[in-house]
Write a protein that binds this ligand. Structure first.
Ligand SMILES: [Cu+2]
Length: 123
């Protein structure tokens, strides 16, 4: 009998904990104007460097970054700003001009075509 109560108490605790974490986790999608696999690495790294971001996956085909983050720790604007600092437009935030100037030409959608690998734009 005692054991049953213990198990039930634990199960309740787990449910409550799960409820809380799902409340805090928010999924959002923002547009980020990357081009290649190298851009992908940079964009995702920048997003994940923000405290509270659980997952960040950028899709090259539709230039959409899918985020999963803790609303209590961060928000879309903060994450977008972190990405903009690396030289990409992110959602409402425009890319940092200096950082963008340092990106390889093809990552800005100009010049020679990139080779489509994760190494990025180099020939
Ligand atoms: Cu690139």
């Amino acid at each position: 009998m005692k054991r049953t109560i213990k198990v039930m108490a634990m199960a309740t605790f787990v449910f409550v904990a799960m409820g809380f974490s799902s409340l805090q986790a928010k999924e959002a999608k923002i547009k980020v104007n990357g081009v290649c696999g190298m851009c992908k690495t940079k964009i995702e790294k920048a997003a994940k460097s923000v405290k509270g971001v659980k997952t960040a996956v950028w899709n090259k085909e539709n230039q959409t970054l899918t985020l999963n983050f803790n609303e209590k720790l961060t928000d879309i604007k903060t994450i977008s700003q972190a990405i903009a600092k690396t030289g990409y437009d992110a959602g409402e935030i425009k890319a940092d001009k200096e950082a963008r100037a340092k990106l390889p030409g093809c990552c800005k959608g100009e010049g020679h075509h990139h080779n489509g690998t994760d190494k990025g734009c180099e020939k």
